[in-house]
Write a protein that binds this ligand. Structure first.
Ligand code: AHR
Length: 800
């Protein structure tokens, strides 16, 4: 309804149409609905962006085991006899001298330094070690000496400017590998300190497993205190781990094997992982289970299904993969007289961890996934019928046989997509599998994670809460980023060596989790504005794992005025190349020859609204067809006609989601005529003169007021969550039907900021964070103005 509509300018949109009707939210407390799923809000910890090493696993030394490379990466040598220190593969030592304390054949490299005079080694950890005045640190190393060298070793913690913060000495080194430790207490603080080990004399020194650990750690289970507290504050009811793509690996050589991550830390096989760094596995399978226990969260282990990003294990070799899953459950839950249960006990946890959820694969789909899923279900349900098995929803579906207990769906998109999809689960089959929204986040048009993104997620989460009879679990992704190694943006919690801050989204997660309530209450939202943004933007061409040529690109306005014509006679001036492409202008065409994903060339003007885009395109090689872009405003925008996508099987128009899929493919070596006409909300696409798509862009209409409500049995409070996604305050009447004992006061916890683009930073960590107000209410009806771009939790004392 848009009576009395008028047009106003907005901070984030050129123009919108807004209804002037007063908004009304009605809650009926006399008709309690379903229980809010007790596991609804949880966390997904993926070892991405140095979340574990360099993050919550507080080892301060980087490359402690010298496994990271053939060179001693992260180590600096000053004054070795031959001017170098080397990593050496010393397997023979381990076999011939088993006295090596727990040094394991999997940990194959050590460091050899030839000393003649004075030499020192330095390590700065992960962009500086956080050393705090008065705190104690355990220094530990394995060492042996030869060729007449006997030490001692001087160990120092130095500030960035070279001031000594702590020191100690290690003496009595021998020809046999031996662990040595020192307790070091800091006399001053520096978040960018470094470790120095010095030797003087003549001979050869071998080092391995050089470690510096803060003695302060979370709950005595070895986690960095501030980061562990940051997730504890979210009160997560489950912990999905350890990935994500991390579980799959780009290939099998770089995938996660839980068995390589348990036991003595020097027996754990480091992994160069998909997110481009070495993981020590100091945070291993056991530690994840421990972390879940310490958080009071249900562990949910995600295991590889026999598929990496690039490979699929033959069906005949799947036995070991299924066995790995069974063994993981036995490790977590088996009694101490089982093989894996006894290892858990030996590793410090005699009682079972009580693992009840296991996800088979991550973002796997298609026939290979459907074939492998039943193998896991059969074996696991036979032995552990109580374990809830989670299947992936990927490539448009999930395996139907056997029916999964839970299906994991992932969503990454714009703020507006999340708003438009607040009702996504309203009509889901209540007799089908339960839903786990295992990964979701606004990832586009949100900077490094701004208020607007958080508002989009909050709108979506009202829908998750309202549908939590079917959506039983949900977790934002990803959780952490070490700001010096950002492989994914945005991330909920940003940190460096000593500080952290949460995105505005962090506070949305926290508020939903802290104010869950026990039972949902029906809510109706009336009016609220409807926004219609006229679409505008540039044009472009692109490819996905394909080589192609483009020419004769022309943009015409509805009045026949030619807005743009391409000229590839000399160069590609006027085009902006995005992604990892190899572009060349030759023979009058624009040629792209890299077979990589998401490669684009953009041209034109952001202000263009309605237009016809025509061009010719020819595929040279690769697995798909062409991307033809329109209405592009941002380098990351994915608004395009995908011609012969999905491995040359389908055409679709991709706006904030892919629409109108049509079967179709294209041939290599043949020129195709392509035409796209955009007018208002309409998009029409022709291939070789044939109309393939004729659709309306649904993403142009955005509801702006969202609400959900629950009842909290303990306090008797009615909890109402309200999201105002419009740019201006919305005066709203709140009606509470069926409530008898209103206390006359309510608490309003409000997350907003002056500008929807506002972000938190290390220097202003709580710029966008919730503020609490007390409100007086009388009767069962009151009016409140919800600020533009705000998320508000109202706790209304209703007695018991
Ligand atoms: O959350 C980041 C990544 O997004 C996860 O690894 C993967 O599952 C998804 O593609």
């Amino acid at each position: 309804m848009k009576t009395k509509s008028f047009v106003i300018g907005l901070l984030f949109a050129a123009a919108v149409t807004v209804s002037a009707e007063p908004a009304k939210i009605t809650i009926d407390a006399s008709k309690p609905g379903h229980q809010v799923s007790p596991t609804l809000w949880g966390i997904f910890f993926e070892d991405i962006n140095l979340s574990a090493d360099g993050g919550i696993y507080p080892e301060l030394v980087r490359n402690r085991s010298f496994e990271d490379a053939d060179k001693p990466e992260s180590w600096k040598l000053i004054n070795a006899a031959d001017g170098k220190c080397e990593t050496t593969i010393s397997t023979a030592d381990y076999y011939s001298k088993p006295v090596a304390p727990a040094l394991n054949p999997f940990n194959r490299h050590s460091l050899r330094v030839k000393v003649d005079g004075a030499a020192s080694l330095e390590n700065e950890g992960y962009w500086g070690m956080n050393i705090v005045k008065g705190d104690s640190y355990t220094f530990k190393l394995a060492a042996r000496v030869t060729d007449g060298f006997s030490g001692p070793l001087a160990v120092k913690i130095l500030s960035a400017s070279g001031q000594e913060l702590a020191s100690g000495e290690i003496s009595g080194l021998t020809g046999d590998w031996k662990y040595r430790t020192l307790d070091l207490t800091a006399s001053d603080s520096d978040p960018k300190a470094r470790l120095q080990i010095s030797a003087s004399g003549k001979g050869t020194l071998f080092l391995d497993m050089v470690s510096l650990m803060p003695k302060k750690n979370w709950k005595d289970h070895g986690l960095r205190v501030d980061l562990a507290e940051s997730i504890d504050a979210l009160k997560p009811s489950f912990l999905r781990y350890p990935g994500g793509c991390w579980v799959e690996g780009d290939d099998f050589a770089h995938m996660y094997h839980w068995k390589n991550t348990i036991g003595d830390i020097d027996a754990r096989t480091p992994l160069f992982n998909i997110w481009k760094y070495w993981a020590t596995h100091g945070l291993g399978y056991h530690e994840y289970l421990q972390m879940a226990e310490d958080l009071g969260a249900e562990p949910l282990f995600c295991i590889n299904v026999g598929m990496s990003h690039k490979e699929v294990t033959p069906m005949s070799q799947m036995g070991q993969w299924v066995q790995d899953a069974l063994d993981a459950i036995e490790y977590a839950n088996g009694t101490a007289d089982t093989f894996w249960g006894s290892l858990r006990a030996k590793n410090g946890h005699p009682a079972p961890f009580n693992l009840k959820y296991m996800e088979i694969g991550n973002e796997n789909g298609g026939a290979p996934y459907r074939e492998r899923w039943p193998l896991f279900v059969k074996a696991i349900k036979e032995k552990y019928p109580y374990v809830q098995l989670v299947a992936n929803h990927w490539q448009g579906g999930y395996p139907r046989t056997p029916t999964p207990d839970i299906v994991d769906e992932h969503f990454y998109n714009t703020p507006e997509w999340f708003m438009q999809n607040a009702g996504h689960f309203d009509n889901y089959d209540r007799n089908g599998p339960k839903i786990f929204v295992g990964e979701y986040a606004v990832t586009r048009n949100t900077g490094k994670g701004n208020l607007r993104g958080a508002i989009g997620e909050a709108a979506f989460m009202t829908g998750l809460e309202r549908n939590s009879d079917v959506v039983v679990m949900a977790s934002y992704a990803p959780l952490f980023v070490n700001m010096n190694h950002r492989e994914w943006n945005p991330d909920l919690i940003n940190f460096d060596s000593s500080r952290w801050y949460g995105l505005p989204s962090y506070y949305v997660q926290k508020l939903f989790s802290e104010h869950r309530g026990d039972v949902t209450l029906p809510v109706t939202v009336e009016a609220g504005s409807v926004e219609e943004k006229p679409p505008t933007g540039k044009i472009g061409v692109g490819t996905w794992n394909t080589q192609a040529e483009f020419k004769d690109i022309k943009v015409t306005a509805p009045d026949s005025k030619v807005l743009f014509t391409s000229d590839f006679s000399k160069n590609s001036d006027g085009w902006k190349m995005l992604g990892d492409g190899e572009w060349k202008v030759a023979d009058g065409v624009l040629r792209q020859t890299a077979e990589k994903e998401f490669i684009r060339a953009i041209a034109g003007d952001k202000s263009w609204t309605d237009y016809t885009l025509e061009l010719k395109a020819r595929k040279l090689a690769g697995s798909e067809g062409f991307l033809v872009l329109f209405h592009i405003n941002d380098d990351e925008d994915r608004v395009w006609w995908n011609i012969a996508g999905w491995n040359n099987t389908q055409h679709a128009v991709e706006l904030t989601e892919s629409l109108d899929h049509k079967n179709g493919s294209i041939e290599s070596g043949r020129w195709y005529d392509i035409r796209i006409e955009v007018k208002g909300t309409s998009v029409k696409c022709w291939l070789d003169g044939k109309l393939i798509h004729d659709l309306k862009n649904p993403s142009l209409t955005t509801r702006s007021l969202f609400a959900s409500a629950t009842h909290d049995d303990k306090s008797g409070d009615v909890i109402v969550k309200v999201v105002n996604a419009s740019a201006t305050p919305t005066e709203t009447e709140i009606n509470l039907n069926g409530v008898k004992n209103l206390s006359g006061s309510a608490q309003a916890i409000v997350l907003t900021s002056d500008n929807p683009n506002d972000e938190n930073t290390l220097d202003e960590p709580t710029k966008v964070s919730p503020k609490t107000e007390t409100m007086k209410i009388s009767g069962v009806k009151f009016t409140r103005s919800f600020p533009g771009n705000s998320f508000t939790v109202l706790r209304i004392g209703a007695g018991k």
